[in-house]
Design a protein around this ligand. Structure first.
Ligand SMILES: [Ca+2]
Length: 232
């Protein structure tokens, strides 16, 4: 290569939009959803919209050109704006999940679940979410609520990582933006010992006692794998 084209190539590296690169296209993860299709396609994902709308949008994204937008109504009812993938993940007993999440201000103070694993036969999940404005681990199989010291970020994309080791003496880790995780030793066996085989992404507010303002949140590049994923 002559000097001039090489110089152009080097200069061009500085102007290339690396954020536009879509990480799900190379197929290295067990499950990766970047929402680059213009719609959520059943039966890959089932959609639940109770007092909420769930749409793939092109005016907001972490990477690529699209993301998932969940918008809830102002209500005191049971809110579920979610997509769920139902299949045998066949990656147990240790799962890793990563999601890019953007929650619009103001900070929701109610209990909200955003990324959860469920079993086919039960709705009891292990979930990452927030409560009282802080990131939170829920584990219905074990110790229930495990708050973290991390405030729920709003008005910016953040990287949410969840690690589950399924066992009676199991463990859960929740990490924000690649920081050292909140670690919990807990019983993580699903009811009936049926392995987790569903993953759910979105907003779920199940125990409201009063009407709350609407919430807007976006999700992008949902990854499930049997190895640590990171925030790349
Ligand atoms: Ca995307």
């Amino acid at each position: 290569m002559r000097a001039a084209p090489l110089l152009l190539l080097v200069l061009c590296l500085g102007c290339y939009d690396f954020d536009a690169l879509e990480r799900c296209s190379d197929g290295t993860f067990l499950i990766c959803e970047g929402f680059e299709s213009s719609e959520i396609v059943p039966p890959v994902w089932d959609v639940t919209q109770n007092y909420a709308t769930v749409r793939v949008v092109s005016d907001m994204h972490h990477r690529g050109e699209r993301a998932l937008h969940v918008s809830t109504l102002s209500t005191d009812q049971r809110i579920q704006g979610q997509i769920q993938r139902r299949e045998d993940l066949t990656i147990g007993p240790e799962y890793y999940a990563r999601a890019w999440v953007y929650v619009g201000a103001p900070v929701p103070t109610e209990s909200v679940r955003m990324l959860s694993f469920n079993s086919m036969s039960t709705s009891e999940p292990i979930a990452a979410g927030a409560n009282e404005g802080f990131l939170w681990i829920y584990n219905d199989a074990g110790g229930m609520n495990h708050p973290t010291a991390d405030g729920l970020p709003v008005d910016r994309w953040f990287c949410l990582e969840l690690h589950i080791r399924e066992a009676v003496s199991g463990a859960i880790d929740l990490s924000l933006d690649g920081q050292p995780p909140k670690h919990v030793d807990d019983d993580t066996m699903p009811a009936g010992d049926v392995p987790f085989n569903r993953v759910t992404v979105g907003l779920s507010l199940l125990a409201l006692t009063a009407s709350i303002p609407s919430i807007d949140a976006w999700f992008d590049e949902i990854v499930i794998d049997d190895a640590p994923i990171g925030c790349d």
